[in-house]
Design a protein around this ligand. Structure first.
Ligand code: CS2
Length: 513
């Protein structure tokens, strides 16, 4: 931090009234705002999305929906949001234009990294009636291929043995629900906002498994007093960079340790199934619907599918961010073909949305040059993302006897990314994925033999179910992709795939190209 920046005032309640006019500020009396809900996993996404919707709602019709932000994993919230009384600046950026707003909906933050006790105190409080969650895909401790709780996950093993000292998200929620049952008995809505299909059901199942271990009448109480609606959330909000923080200081003259940056677009579709009172986010742009599935499938397969595909191909091409990938005509050509030729036909009707237009709109969003979303950030935890983004459409197409050559290139991209991160392949970068070590071990054993590599990676059954792993068509496409990305020039391989009419056509009977 420069000397000049260090001397600037820090964002906090005293500063709000004196904020420059260019910065929008909470238009309600924050001092009168009571906490009515909690959020688990306060990162850039929550601050750019749910907290902003809540800020809009408080402006429109003030009510008791202040948010208590809770982190059970790093980063700690006290030094950033905590020391600013929950206030932070949310920038939205589109190419050269920037809009700044101070959001006031988070009224308190609680760090619960060392022990679950502080989190449990918040979640079991009678004042809290809704809990929203962004804990990343792996926070649910499920097997992505099946949606079942992963009983080998170390935190789940721990929580099943010590349900009174939980560490995992489902373990903490089960314990909190038990405390509610034993004390005031007030209902609770647990609203998942992570990019997992049927996220409400996955959460309910995970919490249910741990609640059954706590025993007594807890599962029955949960059935009558808790709701786990599914929701689809959308806004591209990369990790904040030092340049974003510096921008606030330079343009607006104050220091803020919790700045977030997002694109202008935002969307929130919520299954209308609540256990008690709930914030009327539908009054400020969110949609309450009976069935979230068509929206989440569209978003995960198209927008997220494109992001995941581009992040691996982009790293191979030497690009840093999604917006850089989108300046590379070959990558754009590939991703557009994959989406239109293979992904689009797997989508059912989505009320009020044209899927074709959605593809173009998504590609347009990814072009936004002000959103510096690092390829390596999106590549993080790819094993938890590829099922809903790439493998589910592949599965559906294979069942219908359709080609999967292009989607398989993207899956091979994920594999090659982890393989190239391993010692055996020169540790090209460090990969952050729960399966990075397994794939590195496989790479060490298989060496340059892409057949052996493909077979062993497809054997990871938490990711690839048996039917998919045994498809000769899929397997052959993966082998070709691995050869293309590991043996020669990855971009020459991609160009070759793109040149072929109708994608890399496969002989469906033999799976050969
Ligand atoms: C991204 C998402 O890192 C990732 O996995 O694909 O965070 C994506 O930006 C959001 O889902 C957009 O709503």
């Amino acid at each position: 931090m420069s000397e000049a920046t260090r001397n600037l005032p820090r964002l906090g309640p005293e500063l709000v009234a004196g904020l420059p006019r260019a910065v929008r500020r909470p238009a309600y009396d924050r001092k009168a705002l009571a906490a009515g809900m909690a959020h688990l996993g306060v990162g850039a996404f929550h601050r750019c999305h749910q907290a902003e919707y809540t800020d809009d709602l408080l402006e429109r019709s003030f009510g008791r929906w202040g948010v208590v932000g809770v982190n059970i994993r790093n980063p700690r919230l006290a030094p950033s949001l905590g020391s600013q009384d929950g206030l932070y600046t949310r920038l939205t950026r589109q190419d050269d234009s920037v809009e700044a707003r101070v959001v006031g909906s988070i009224v308190k933050v609680v760090d619960s990294q060392e022990s679950s006790a502080p989190a449990l105190a918040v979640l079991s409080s009678p004042d809290i009636e809704v809990v929203t969650l962004t804990v990343t895909e792996k926070g649910y401790c499920h097997k992505p291929a099946s949606g079942q709780l992963d009983l080998n996950n170390p935190d789940i093993v721990h929580d099943l043995e010590h349900p009174d000292l939980p560490r995992s998200v489902p373990g903490i929620l089960a314990r909190a629900l038990d405390r509610r049952r034993r004390s005031h008995g007030k209902p609770l809505t647990l609203l998942s906002c992570d990019n997992i299909p049927s996220n409400g059901e996955i959460l309910a199942k995970a919490v249910g498994a741990l609640a059954a271990r706590i025993g007594d009448a807890l599962p029955d109480w949960i059935a009558h007093n808790a709701a786990f609606p599914s929701s689809m959330v959308d806004r591209i909000a990369p990790a904040t960079s030092p340049a974003d923080t510096a921008m606030v200081a330079q343009r607006h003259g104050y220091r803020d340790a919790a700045v977030v940056v997002g694109e202008p677009f935002r969307q929130w579709v919520i299954e209308e199934r609540f256990a008690g009172r709930f914030p009327r986010w539908d009054r400020v742009g969110a949609s309450f619907v009976d069935d979230v599935a068509p929206y989440e499938i569209l978003k995960m397969r198209v927008l997220n599918g494109a992001q995941t595909t581009l992040c691996y191909l982009g790293v191979f091409a030497g690009h840093e961010h999604t917006c850089d990938d989108m300046k590379d005509p070959l990558l754009v050509r590939f991703v557009r073909r994959m989406l239109t030729e293979e992904t689009l036909p797997t989508l059912g009707p989505v009320p009020g949305i044209s899927a074709e237009r959605y593809v173009e709109q998504s590609l347009e969003r990814l072009r936004n040059t002000a959103i510096k979303h690092r390829n390596h950030q999106i590549a993080t935890d790819g094993s938890q993302k590829i099922v809903q983004r790439l493998l589910n459409p592949i599965r559906e197409r294979l069942r219908r006897g359709q080609d999967v050559a292009l989607l398989s290139v993207a899956v091979a991209g994920w594999m090659a990314y982890l393989v190239r991160a391993s010692d055996r392949f020169g540790s090209a970068w460090s990969a952050d994925d729960p399966y990075a070590a397994s794939v590195a071990a496989i790479a060490g054993r298989a060496g340059d033999d892409c057949q052996a590599l493909a077979s062993a990676i497809l054997g990871l059954d938490a990711i690839f179910d048996a039917e998919l792993a045994s498809s000769p068509v899929f397997r052959a496409a993966i082998v070709r992709g691995l050869q293309g990305f590991l043996a020669g020039d990855p971009m020459a391989y991609l160009a070759h795939v793109c040149e072929r009419p109708g994608g890399a056509q496969l002989n469906l009977a033999t799976g050969t190209g």
